[in-house]
Design a protein around this ligand. Structure first.
Ligand code: MV4
Length: 450
């Protein structure tokens, strides 16, 4: 096992990793920017190192600074959390070159999945169902027109270096195609320095369902079921749940086994998530994330598996401690992301939390790094807390969620709490009857004002 783990992150995920390390008896190092000197993760770690000024590019994204912090403290492993350096293949390699373990996948797999064209090609090779579209990148307008004719309009132009919704263009008619391609290429070149694009059939009203995976890098891999993350606004997830209200056991087992088998073949190491669009009873691969995700607690609550603990174990070279048949799903879990944002405009609302009361009781979990009197800095994402609620059934989970949301107090800043209190009372949400555009449509029809 590792002697000392450096956590190259901040906020609730830094706290989540710190807690796992404490339970494992592994000493911890926090790194922080000057804006985070008072942050909870700094107080809870055994040691801390200031790695730079507030801007993330000068601190949490600064590889030489993080590496220097490892050297100074003698940390022999780095947990990157999510965001920041978590999917930077070069960072993982550099750590390796300095005999520091990266708690995450092999660099080659991070790189492979970072290129969305290569990721999709790999999915096809491994027998994972993908969205119909171009086999690789698009090299001419003629080629694009031919493929679009075959799959039918509307189509979607996506950037190879994109992902998470960046660099996409919906094309409704053949006439718009050529323009969409050149715009998408120019935008991709400017944003990512790579103008490769590919084409897919545009699915109109799918759900976003993702499968959680865990592999030991030696050919053992299991799936931990799905999360339904369809409730999003501008590609920011708002509410995630497991199991998906849209799936039954047979469908879950089938897609789960398909992706687990693919990960065995890849000899995938660590946790990963394969994202699908799900429409008319069929799954279509879109992307794979090679990091722990914000919404991982939803899976932890329904499987009783500590994903951070498992990440650390396999990164240290241990074989998987679980077989697929050891994974049992029980009950239902929902996560609400409480952001420091106006609940209607979603404008960030950093500032001091004057009054704070965290909800409690049976089945209620709060993952956060805030406290009364804490000032949420303006430099990073606006996630203030994750409320995760578990129940034996979805109905019980919703009852507890409504109660927990009503108990929570977070005053002094604007938060998305009012949005969640409204969602938990909406008939479509109660019925599990929603898709990837539901939330934007709800907001557009004034769901929050009425
Ligand atoms: C799509 C799609 C429809 N058809 N691909 C957006 C984020 C990126 N991960 C993939 N995305 C989409 N890809 C095809 N072929 C619609 C979306 C999409 C979306 C996906 C998941 C959750 C919310 C979304 C909101 C808008 C568009």
């Amino acid at each position: 096992m590792f002697d000392k783990i450096l956590i190259a992150n901040r906020g609730e995920i830094a706290m989540r990793v710190l807690r796992a390390c404490k339970e494992l008896g592994i000493p911890t190092v926090a790194v922080h920017s000057t804006a985070d000197a008072d942050a909870m993760h700094v107080r809870f770690a055994d040691e801390s190192v200031c790695i730079g000024p507030p801007a993330a590019k000068d601190s949490y994204l600064n590889i030489p600074s993080v590496l220097a912090a490892c050297e100074i403290t003698g940390a022999d492993a780095v947990h990157p959390g999510y965001g920041f350096l978590s999917e930077n293949a070069r960072f993982a390699e550099i750590l390796g070159e300095h005999n520091v373990h990266f708690i995450g996948p092999k660099p080659e797999h991070i790189r492979l999945m970072g290129d969305k064209i290569e990721a999709k090609r790999t999915a096809v090779r491994l027998g994972i169902p993908v969205v119909p579209g171009s086999e690789g990148g698009i090299s001419s307008d003629e080629e694009a027109a031919k493929i679009a004719r075959e799959i039918g309009f509307p189509v979607l132009v996506k950037a190879a270096a994109g992902g998470g919704g960046r660099g996409m263009k919906v094309v409704q008619t053949p006439e718009e195609l050529s323009n969409a391609l050149s715009t998408a290429r120019a935008e991709a070149k400017a944003a990512f320095g790579d103008d490769a694009v590919y084409l897919e059939k545009y699915l109109q009203r799918p759900r976003h369902i993702e499968i959680q995976l865990l592999g030991d890098g030696k050919g053992n891999a299991i799936h931990l079921g799905e999360r339904d993350c369809s409730l999003q606004r501008r590609h920011q997830k708002v509410w995630e749940e497991s199991p998906s209200p849209a799936l039954n056991t047979a469908a879950r087992d089938a897609i789960g086994e398909t992706v687990a088998k693919a990960m065995r073949e890849l000899e995938y190491l660590g946790v990963g998530t394969v994202e699908f669009l799900y429409e008319d009873g069929k799954f279509f691969f879109i992307e794979m994330n090679t990091r722990i995700q914000v919404e991982h607690p939803v899976t932890e609550m329904v499987t009783d598996i500590d994903l951070i603990f498992e990440q650390i174990r396999v990164a240290a070279g241990a074989p998987l401690s679980l077989k697929q048949s050891d994974v049992k799903f029980h009950g239902h879990a929902i996560e609400c992301r409480i952001n420091a944002e106006n609940p209607v405009s979603f404008r960030p609302s950093p500032g001091r939390i004057q009054h704070y009361h965290a909800p409690g009781g049976l089945g209620v979990r709060m993952d956060s790094a805030i406290y009364q009197g804490y000032s949420i800095p303006p430099y990073y994402d606006s996630l203030a807390a994750k409320l995760i609620v578990h129940g034996k059934t979805r109905t019980e989970c919703l009852m507890r969620l409504k109660r927990a949301l009503d108990e929570m107090v977070m005053d002094g800043i604007e938060t998305t709490l009012p949005l969640h209190r409204a969602l938990v009372r909406e008939a479509d949400i109660i019925d599990g009857n929603y898709h990837i555009h539901w939330l934007e449509q709800f907001l557009a029809r004034g769901g929050m004002e009425s």
